[in-house]
Design a binder for this molecule. Sequence first.
Ligand SMILES: NC(=O)c1ccc[n+]([C@@H]2O[C@H](COP(=O)([O-])OP(=O)(O)OC[C@H]3O[C@@H](n4cnc5c(N)ncnc54)[C@H](O)[C@@H]3O)[C@@H](O)[C@H]2O)c1
Length: 251
Amino acid sequence: MTGRLDGQVAIVTGASSGNGRAIARRFAEEGAAITVADVREDPRLGGEPTHELIEENGGDAMFVETDVSSLEDLRNAVDETVERFGSLDVMVNNAGVERQLPVGEVTEEDYAWLMDINLKGVYFGSQVAIEAMRAQDAGGVIVNMSSIGGIRGLENSSLYCTSKGGVTNLTRQLAIEQGPHDIRVNALNPGFIETAMTMEDGETADGILEQTPLGRAGQPEEVAEAALFLASDESSFVTGHNLVMDGGFTA
Ligand SMILES: NC(=O)c1ccc[n+]([C@@H]2O[C@H](COP(=O)([O-])OP(=O)(O)OC[C@H]3O[C@@H](n4cnc5c(N)ncnc54)[C@H](O)[C@@H]3O)[C@@H](O)[C@H]2O)c1
């Protein structure tokens, strides 16, 4: 059986849990070799580490301890990926965190922590991926994890929405810069998805679900299907796009 990502090599940051885990597993099902780049190996909601699960199902995967706020760690993840799997074709800059606070209560420490992971991590994750893809001269795909918070405000989420707004426009910018090198750059903008971020971190839905026409939260597996579309040749003429998948919340 041929897969939609046969022969491709992908790094998924934050792939130990939630959306990243679902993306890594779905890409592996379609034939991609996967590097799980995360600060922790164990899924936040429990279960087997993502790379072990993929290997048990016949896929190729490894875990590389990576803090996306460190350029050195990101570069190491790319180097280890190319060394083990031979190339880098798809970069999914998914790792992210949220800290809900009214703007007046945000400290410089809160700001630096969240921006370093959500925005600096995507920026330099893209930089190191582009460097590797350009060296291979075979094109590539970058999928950045933004949010509905990247295209509108959300209650008590000034930090998160600032970071995700940055990811939204960085995606457009990099698509323009890298198009001539056949590197496509797109973003996903999910609404409320059931992961540890929304279930365990005390994040409140702030009426999001009540205002969602489909009347429910999304699942990480649904995010993974959208990521697969952006990573595969099915979206070969799509770049610079922010793909909203929010059950109609922003409609
Ligand atoms: N859950 C939602 O409703 C929702 C909606 C829109 C966008 N998103 C985005 O999806 C992405 C994944 O979030 P999730 O909901 O799966 O959350 P999650 O907490 O379940 O998973 C996040 C993963 O990122 C990892 N991580 C955290 N800091 C890291 C760092 N510095 N370096 C490397 N890895 C790190 C965590 O260890 C974890 O495995 C985030 O960018 C988030 O903003 C989530």
